[in-house]
Design a protein around this ligand. Structure first.
Ligand code: 13P
Ligand code: SF4
Length: 317
């Protein structure tokens, strides 16, 4: 299936017929971002999913995102073009592991990144995304211990920003972001002096970026640790001519649209998420034609998870 104008017209027609809102994450392939009704980061898309007034939500992203939309809007039909689109980070902690960890820290507040399964969210006090993780942790009583999961690099960023010491961080990671390393970042920064650095907090190289700034290799105000939505806002506000981007490469499409005058360069051009890329133009067409794959969350789990997700969309608004 070529994502040409016939494809686009058919997608629009089918979406209208199904009364569907199409949401696309910033890491989706260009044609999917361009056809979606809304493109954004995980927090913005969760908020839109919670307030959408259509009967159906088509989530072009990975499974935990569609599941989060279903938890927030249980009466809506939530579809994902390919239910096999998982997430290596969400797979890095199971419900059993979290139960064990909680029992070692009775009384601790459990903060889970939205990149987790519904079963993990059901054992969570408050969820967060990369755009509000710092605000979420800062909102917690300083005397209570915090268990932060599952991303170790986002956890390190939150600890650095909040200065919180009574916070334990799970050692999970996203294989795509962990693969963007400090050497690639410093080589690119050296090759492009004067460029700004936009770094996603899931990156293994976020610490290296701050180290480069600390060493004076990059001006301190040029290093920005941002969610994908934060990168789009920063691009619009940036006066730079060149920006190095450390995150999944789908991001570059939305950045170029937001600020066509800036030269955006991926720190690692191979940082492509195989799960995000399972959502192809053909898969979206099939999804709208057949009404599949429908996302189901067991109602008891959804009920237990809903509070933590609602707290997430309320914080940092
Ligand atoms: P954002 O919340 O910054 O969009 O990041 C989500 C993510 O990493 C999905 O892989
Ligand atoms: Fe998960 Fe990483 Fe892919 Fe994001 S980029 S969906 S965290 S595997």
């Amino acid at each position: 299936v070529a994502p040409d104008e016939h494809w686009a017209a058919e997608i629009r027609r089918l979406a209208e017929e199904r009364d569907a809102t199409i949401l696309a994450h910033n890491y989706q392939v260009g044609p999917i971002q361009d056809i979606a009704h809304h493109v954004g980061d995980s927090l913005a898309l969760s908020r839109i999913a919670a307030s959408a007034d259509t009967e159906t939500i088509v989530f072009c992203g990975v499974h935990f995102m569609a599941e989060t939309a279903k938890i927030l809007s249980p009466d809506k039909t939530v579809l994902i073009p390919d239910a096999e689109a998982g997430c290596s980070l969400a797979d890095s902690i199971t419900e059993e592991q979290l139960r064990d960890w909680r029992s070692e820290h009775p009384g601790a507040v459990v903060v889970s990144y939205v990149n987790t399964t519904a079963a993990v969210k059901a054992l969570t006090d408050v969820c967060c995304t990369s755009s509000n993780a710092v605000d979420v942790v800062a909102s917690i009583d300083p005397d209570r211990e915090v268990l932060f999961l599952p991303d170790q690099f986002l956890g390190a960023h939150v600890r650095r920003e909040t200065g919180r010491e009574n916070m334990y961080v799970w050692a999970g990671e996203c294989h795509v972001h962990a693969g963007i390393n400090g050497k690639q970042l410093s080589d690119q920064a050296e090759a492009h002096p004067g460029a700004e650095l936009f770094v996603h907090p899931e990156c293994g190289c976020a610490t290296s970026a701050l180290y480069l700034a600390g060493e004076g290799a990059v001006e301190e105000d040029k290093v920005k640790i941002l969610s994908t939505g934060g990168m789009v806002d920063a691009a619009r506000a940036s006066g730079s001519s060149e920006v190095l981007v450390a995150t999944e490469i789908g991001m570059i499409h939305q950045l170029r649209k937001a600020a066509p005058e800036i030269d955006f360069l991926a720190v690692n051009e191979n940082a492509s998420c195989p799960y995000m890329k399972m959502i192809t133009p053909a898969a979206l067409l099939r999804c709208l034609t057949d009404g599949a794959d429908a996302v189901h969350v067991d109602p008891v789990t959804a009920e237990a998870a809903r509070g933590s997700v609602e707290r997430m969309i309320a914080i940092g608004n």
